[in-house]
Design a protein around this ligand. Structure first.
Ligand SMILES: [Zn+2]
Length: 552
């Protein structure tokens, strides 16, 4: 075909294929059902595609969508103009594109032989619908944006000639030019054909999404297990034995009594027991009996009826009722008043309770887990605790060992707490030095796991960003004679700064920005070093700075 191109033939024959079956709610283009869409719908769809899949994937998807439409039209082209010239038959594609309102096509150059072994085509596109919606949504682009349309051109031409011909935009309205200009060649003639073809291959995004989804589910399950076992990690025989005993108890309804020193994590074991039991979807209610004044404990546990005593203005349920169907954890159960002990015994025997000041009895279904660090046998012999209540409570007793009896768990616990508090404080710190670890292992741990957790948290706050936790960060007395005075001074200094910030009416966001500016100034604008100074990762600081600057 020569370089002097004839004008496009009359479009009437294609237009006549378009039939509106308004009564039936259908539109046809020849044999194919069509749908009239608003460009705002497609704009919204495109935006969602870009935002959920990213620019590259959205581009691929739309290119392939256009490709399929192009293939369809190529099938009808030869049937529609059986006796016409090759140019006129080929023009069915560009003209369909025009008829469906997507773009105005002007052929500029078309060299082709009938077999399609040679093809070179250049077309001008005006009024591109895709460029228009892109510009409305995102503004001027740095690369061409008429993806579905270019896919159509490639699909149509490839199907028409029976060999892979790819179009690309050499200029695009979406990039701020007046018109788009597209050029098509056999795939292998493009230097970057691999790059181009990538967009034409199906992207098994659904498979990837499913894989991601199952990964998230697995992570979430681990997280739940992690939460239910909380800070209880370890591999020592004593620890594993306790876990085993609790796992067995969880399956039954048995009342469990947890014994052990303060800080060994009885509350977390109780929570884990609940999470591992068939009651896990019902409430877990924890009460520290020592934290509630003796004269209020009954009302707190069993509820109160209006007017039961001065100040009881409203009826309200107690913790037992709130735990209905679930688990009630009574910590420091040895602290219960004699009346409360009597009432508790009754609930355990009868499975029913009376609110304070009420005569009605209410049924409750609660699994009880009690805990104490007291010697209850001794409390019974001293007359402070009811023997019959103790028999009810110690059906299934589990003693949680103190940390000094499971020193082998210290390294694993340390690792766990370092991870936990680094993420809470958004700071990167290396694990304790060998010396610090040796001291952790030889310490006698009167405050048990809770004390270890607190100590590691303090160590993370005091350690240099990306530095190791050192012995004196954990044990202030470990500092040499030249060592600094730890924590105390720093904390009160910080408090003073915080007060000044509040006095000036500054928000937390403003304070953060000021800190970032100061750090950048001190590091001559070096983001990596400024991030180190702030105890942030470079990526985090980078992100925050970009967000402030308003760039994407
Ligand atoms: Zn374009």
């Amino acid at each position: 075909m020569s370089e002097e191109l004839p004008a496009l033939p009359a479009i009437d024959d294609i237009r006549d294929l378009l039939r509106f079956e308004t009564e039936e709610g259908r539109i046809w283009l020849a044999e194919e059902r069509m749908v009239l869409l608003r460009s705002s719908e497609l704009r919204g769809l495109r935006r969602e595609l870009i935002e959920s899949l990213g620019m590259e994937r959205a581009k691929g998807l739309l290119i392939r969508m256009g490709y399929i439409a192009g293939q369809q039209d190529a099938e009808t082209a030869r049937r529609l103009r059986p006796d016409a010239s090759l140019f006129d038959v080929f023009s069915v594609g560009p003209q369909s594109h025009m008829l469906t309102g997507q773009v105005k096509v002007t052929p500029l150059q078309l060299e082709v032989d009938e077999g399609g072994s040679h093809f070179h085509g250049v077309f001008e596109w005006a009024n591109s619908f895709e460029a228009e919606i892109f510009l409305t949504e995102y503004g001027v682009s740095y690369e061409p944006v008429c993806w579905a349309q270019i896919g159509y051109a490639s699909g149509y031409t490839s199907e028409f000639f029976g060999s892979q011909i790819l179009f690309r935009e050499q200029g695009c309205m979406g990039c701020g030019e007046k018109v788009c200009r597209i050029e098509g060649r056999p795939a292998q003639q493009w230097d970057d054909s691999e790059e181009l073809l990538r967009f034409y291959r199906p992207d098994r995004i659904a498979d990837k999404l499913f894989a991601l989804q199952s990964a998230v589910t697995a992570l979430r399950e681990n997280l739940t297990a992690e939460q239910s076992f909380g800070d209880m990690v370890g591999c020592s025989a004593k620890f594993l034995q306790v876990r085993e005993l609790l796992a067995k108890a969880a399956e039954s309804q048995v009342t469990v009594l947890l014994l052990g020193e303060t800080g060994v994590g009885k509350d977390m074991f109780a929570k884990a027991l609940h999470e591992g039991s068939p009651r896990r979807d019902k409430p877990f209610v924890a009460v520290n009996c020592a934290a509630i004044p003796g004269d209020l404990i009954e009302a707190e546990l069993f509820g109160v009826e209006k007017g039961a005593y001065t100040g009881a203005d409203e009826s309200r349920p107690g913790r037992f009722e709130r735990a209905h169907g679930g688990t009630l954890f009574l910590d420091e159960v040895g602290e219960l008043s004699p009346q409360a002990q009597g009432a508790l015994l009754r609930v355990l025997q009868e499975k029913e309770l009376e609110r304070v000041g009420d005569t009605r009895t209410r049924k409750v279904d609660v699994r009880l887990v009690a805990a104490t660090n007291e010697n209850l046998d001794q409390a019974v012999s001293e007359g402070r605790f009811r023997a019959d209540l103790l028999y009810r409570l110690n059906v299934y007793t589990v003693t949680v060992p103190p940390l000094r009896e499971r020193i082998d768990d210290v390294p694993e616990l340390v690792r766990h707490f370092v991870e936990k508090y680094c993420s809470i404080h958004g700071k990167q710190v290396r694990p304790p030095t060998d010396r610090a670890m040796a001291m952790l292992r030889s310490y006698h741990w009167p405050g048990n796991i809770r004390e270890l957790g607190n100590m590691i948290e303090r160590g993370i706050i005091l350690a240099e960003p990306r530095g190791h936790i050192e012995a004196e960060h954990l044990f202030p007395q470990a500092a040499g004679p030249a060592g600094q005075e730890p924590a105390q001074g720093d904390a009160s200094g910080l408090d003073e700064i915080a007060r000044q910030v509040l006095d000036q009416g500054m928000s937390q966001a403003e304070l953060e920005k000021a800190l970032q500016r100061a750090a950048l100034a001190r590091c001559d604008g070096n983001i990596t070093r400024a991030a180190e100074l702030l105890g942030l990762s470079r990526a985090t600081l980078d992100y925050r700075l970009k967000k402030e600057a308003g760039s994407p």
